[in-house]
Ligand binder design. Structure first.
Ligand code: CA
Length: 233
């Protein structure tokens, strides 16, 4: 039995204590850091299965930790812990490559659901059948190596961007609402304001794969309905 490891990067000791207690009770191993620098180092060295990342941290803030990880090509799932009054943090966090966020104060039940959903996607990804998905216009997804190339060049995607792309691309032409995508790609059985997460992730994905993100050729919008992958093969 392989225990999953959760890295907690949070400077409020009481929150770390509660998280550690609940995560360990659910069968996770935990690692802890109380400042951003240590958190970044542990994320790179210990290769955890998920990172719970506070924003306001000593030495290096959560956004810088996340941004640095992505710049170094580390795509581990990152769940940002934001304070309620910092609404803008949610969107900023997603734009710099976090996979998800949860607002403090959060219920432990919700947090556990998010942790599980984000880790489960990783495990499913590992079990995926080996194959290559060629969209027919230079964009190629290798589901064995999880590598996406465009015109032969590697496109560096976060896990969530990769999952959104492969999900849409495997059903070309079919339009999915943001709620559908939350359920299918994010694995959430409930939704709220969180559908905005889908928009931000779509925008980020377009910036990486489209020649002109303002006039996309792959991930298209059906106004008032949702998103779909161009049926161009
Ligand atoms: Ca803090």
């Amino acid at each position: 039995m392989d225990k999953k490891t959760v890295l907690i990067v949070e400077d409020e000791k009481n929150i770390v204590d509660i998280l550690r207690f609940n995560l360990q009770r659910e069968g996770y191993e935990t690692l802890e850091a109380y400042d951003g620098e240590t958190g970044l180092r542990l994320a790179m060295e210990k290769n955890p299965d998920i990172l719970l990342l506070d924003v306001m941290l000593p030495k290096l803030n959560g956004f810088d930790v996340c941004r640095t990880l992505r710049e170094r090509g580390n795509n581990l799932p990152v769940l940002i812990l934001t304070a309620r009054e910092e609404e803008a943090d949610k969107v900023l966090g997603l734009e710099i490559g976090a996979d998800d966020y949860i607002t403090k104060p959060f219920s432990m039940r919700e947090l556990m659901a998010r942790v599980k959903a984000n880790i489960r996607r990783t495990s499913m990804k590992m079990d995926a059948a080996a194959s290559t998905m060629d969209t027919g216009s230079g964009l190629v997804v290798n589901t064995e190596t999880y590598q996406v190339t465009k015109g032969g060049k590697v496109v560096d995607l976060t896990q969530r961007e990769y999952e959104l792309l492969t999900f849409l691309a495997s059903h070309p032409g079919k339009v999915y609402s943001r709620i559908d995508l939350m359920e299918q790609v994010w694995n959430y059985g409930y939704v709220g304001d969180d559908v905005r997460t889908v928009d931000v992730t779509v925008r980020r994905l377009r910036e990486k794969i489209e020649d002109d993100p303002a006039s996309p050729a792959y991930i298209l919008t059906r106004r008032g309905v949702g998103y779909y992958f161009a049926d161009q093969a």
